[in-house]
Write a protein that binds this ligand. Structure first.
Ligand SMILES: C[S@@+](CC[C@H](N)C(=O)[O-])C[C@H]1O[C@@H](n2cnc3c(N)ncnc32)[C@H](O)[C@@H]1O
Length: 139
């Protein structure tokens, strides 16, 4: 998968390196609610479809700076998931998620969704992925 990094001399770099490169800038721009689209429309639409998190095994793919898990925990405060894993292919974004948007009892794992997921079938109750599929190649 190829992304464009306009300020570098080379016109294209691997997508993983791209998100690692822009991680801090991305997190500053999108902040603790994911930016305006998510703040005013998307977050609430997703949250209202989730019935609860108590005792559930939850995985977020392509979690970026991890802002959504904090909203999720807040919405369902008083409920404790059995497990909550935040993942992304970008280690730099995962580090920001861990260091700046950390949520209680979460695990942080580097996972590339183009590889087989390291979980047994039917071992998860809820998988979240916001604005991730549009990042993936269709062929
Ligand atoms: C548009 S951002 C969305 C981030 C976050 N979900 C949000 O809504 O703010 C796309 C995210 O997908 C991640 N990503 C892109 N390709 C991926 C892949 N193959 N596997 C896992 N994560 C990927 C990027 O590192 C980035 O964090």
């Amino acid at each position: 998968m190829i992304g464009c990094w306009p300020t570098e001399g080379t016109p294209t770099i691997a997508r993983t390196a791209y998100y690692d490169h822009i991680a801090r800038q991305w997190s500053r721009a999108t902040g603790y609610q994911g930016g305006p689209l998510k703040r005013y429309a998307l977050n609430e639409r997703i949250l209202t479809r989730i019935e609860g998190i108590a005792d559930r095994d939850i995985l977020e793919l392509g979690a970026g700076n991890g802002y959504f898990a904090a909203l999720l925990r807040r919405r369902f405060s008083g409920q404790t998931p059995h497990s909550l894993i935040l993942s992304d292919q970008s280690q730099a974004l995962l580090d920001i998620a861990h260091d700046e948007f950390r949520v209680a009892d979460a695990e942080y794992q580097r996972i590339d969704v183009q590889e087989p997921l390291p979980f047994a079938d039917a071992s998860l109750d809820l998988i979240l992925a916001t604005m991730l599929l549009n990042e993936l190649p269709t062929t």
